[in-house]
Ligand binder design. Structure first.
Ligand SMILES: [Ca+2]
Length: 198
């Protein structure tokens, strides 16, 4: 009788261990490995891995920056996390130092369609409200990384619907400003989903 008891006990333990190992293997199979092309930096966003690249190339408007990103299979990128913000800040400061001139960068941020000028007079669209703006890359979640320059956003002259980052002075260490969409910039931030490794 005791032998049978021990046999059942050992059999149960082996079954449990085998089941646990199978579960672990299945979970490991579910981990998706991703990568970014050379020169792009990967960040883990809530909606999946995202690659960003800061391009130094003068453009005439935010739209031109968007088109240039699309040529690389990307889009103008928003900024979702502190990690992304710090990286762009670091790269932007590097560029500004090297070029030694005014450096503004187009990023993927704009006034929400219901807040576009001149309609943006509704209470929820007042210039100082973060929720008057949104990221346009379709992946970035939240607006906590919208770091405004002093007194911004101000919708100056009522036509500042696009978001750019400023690196033109030491105190403007990558702060953001709402600005007319048809203005020039020294570069732009592209982003795209990371490739899934087979
Ligand atoms: Ca402004």
């Amino acid at each position: 009788m005791v032998k049978i008891f021990y046999f059942i006990l050992i059999f149960s333990i082996i079954t449990e261990v085998t089941s646990y190992q199978q579960q672990q293997e299945e979970e490991e199979d579910c981990i998706v490995e991703t990568e970014c092309p050379e020169g792009w930096r990967k960040f883990n966003r809530k909606m999946g891995a995202w690659c960003i690249s800061l391009v130094v190339n003068g453009v005439k408007s935010q739209k031109e920056a968007q088109v240039n990103c699309e040529r690389m299979g990307a889009t103008l990128s928003g900024i979702e996390s502190q990690g992304e913000y710090s990286y762009v800040q670091y790269k932007g400061n590097q560029i500004n130092k090297n070029l030694n001139e005014v450096t503004w960068l187009w990023i993927g941020g704009k006034r929400r369609s219901e807040c576009l000028s001149p309609k943006g007079s509704a209470a929820e669209c007042q210039p100082m409200a973060n929720n008057a703006f949104e990221w346009s890359d379709g992946v970035a979640v939240g607006t906590s990384q919208m770091r405004w320059a002093a007194g911004q956003p101000d919708n100056f002259r009522g036509n500042e619907d696009c978001l750019h980052m400023q690196f033109d002075q030491a105190q403007r260490n990558g702060v953001m400003n709402d600005y007319p969409c048809d203005q020039v910039a020294g570069g732009y931030l592209c982003g795209k989903r990371a490739s899934i490794l087979e």
